[in-house]
Ligand binder design. Structure first.
Ligand code: HEC
Ligand code: HEC
Length: 244
């Protein structure tokens, strides 16, 4: 039946031209890899942080289950084999993408002693998809860099040098609503110190119970109670406010 054959031929032609074209559009359409749709940072937390510490700079524990992720990233990027230096990060990502699914003592860059104490990483096959893994390794080599480490160390030095009261104000996010010498949502700490000179207990009570309608300048904004600050911290925080 010539009609049907003709129809079939059209279909085949369609498959030959339209389909590859649409596939091409699908994959290159937005110039994006599928892994771009995943949040590598979140996935790293979900899929890797039960064993690897993911802080930068990292914490190390006595009985840690695995090397910190920063150490992993630095290992891999330094030890991965490549003839072309411009491909080093790419090769590092490929190494991670492979290692997570197919780990082995012979591939690991850990020194023998660490490898013996940690044991080889268990394969994460079935626990992470290839696209998710690609997003994780993209994030690892963007985030755990020498440059970000230096930045984080500088921030830590600056934080360590702050007065203890200010550290607590940062820790409990007081500075989201207060500044030392400027009213924002809440009154400035200078104005608070001026209004209640030496009244440490009064300040502590306001922090733990919250505050409303005490400051016209705040236009009805309310301060929530902070119930989880311990006694010693309350002393330090209120003394710091009174000195501002
Ligand atoms: C169940 C614990 C566990 C989980 C979950 C885990 N790892 Fe590991 N990983 C280890 C241990 C232990 C080692 C060290 C021994 C080794 O090199 O195999 C390791 C080593 C590695 C290495 C090789 C490091 C080197 O220096 O050679 C890479 C790369 C790695 N992990 C990436 C990841 C990524 C990415 C994730 C999350 C997707 C992840 N791991 C999740 C336990 C884990
Ligand atoms: C969500 C915003 C917000 C946060 C966060 C916040 N405050 Fe306040 N704070 C306010 C506002 C608004 C007022 C003024 C409310 C009023 O009119 O009584 C205020 C008032 C105060 C007062 C004076 C209370 C009084 O009795 O006159 C103190 C002291 C104070 N805040 C300390 C702190 C400290 C310390 C922290 C962190 C632990 C903190 N605040 C966090 C909004 C905030």
């Amino acid at each position: 039946m010539p009609m049907r054959l003709g129809a079939k031929k059209v279909m085949i032609d369609l498959y030959k031209t339209v389909l590859p074209l649409s596939l091409l559009l699908l994959f290159s359409g937005c110039n994006e890899k599928p892994s771009k749709h995943y949040d590598g940072k979140k996935l790293l937390e979900q899929k890797c942080s039960s064993c690897h510490n993911i802080d930068l700079p990292p914490y190390t524990f006595e009985n840690e289950k695995a090397p910190p992720m920063m150490a992993v990233a630095f290992h891999v990027v330094n030890f991965v084999k490549t003839n072309d230096e411009s491909q080093r990060v790419l090769k590092s990502k490929e190494f991670v993408n492979d290692y997570v699914l197919n780990p082995s003592a012979s591939k690991s860059f850990c020194d023998k002693e660490s490898l013996e104490s940690y044991g080889v990483m268990p394969s994460q096959k079935g626990k992470i998809t290839p696209d998710e893994l690609e997003a994780v390794s993209d994030y690892i080599f963007e985030h755990f860099t020498q440059q970000n480490l230096m930045k984080a160390q500088k921030e830590k030095r600056e934080f360590d040098a702050l007065p203890a009261g200010k550290k607590l104000a940062l820790k409990y996010k007081c500075l989201g609503c207060h500044r030392v010498d400027k009213k924002i949502i809440g009154p400035s700490f200078k104005d608070i110190a001026k209004k209640y000179p030496h009244a440490k207990e009064k300040i502590i009570k306001s922090i733990t119970k919250g505050s409303k309608a005490q400051w016209k300048s705040s236009n009805g904004a309310i301060m929530p109670p902070f119930k989880n600050i311990d006694k010693k911290e309350l002393q330090t925080l209120s003394e710091w406010i009174l000195k501002s």
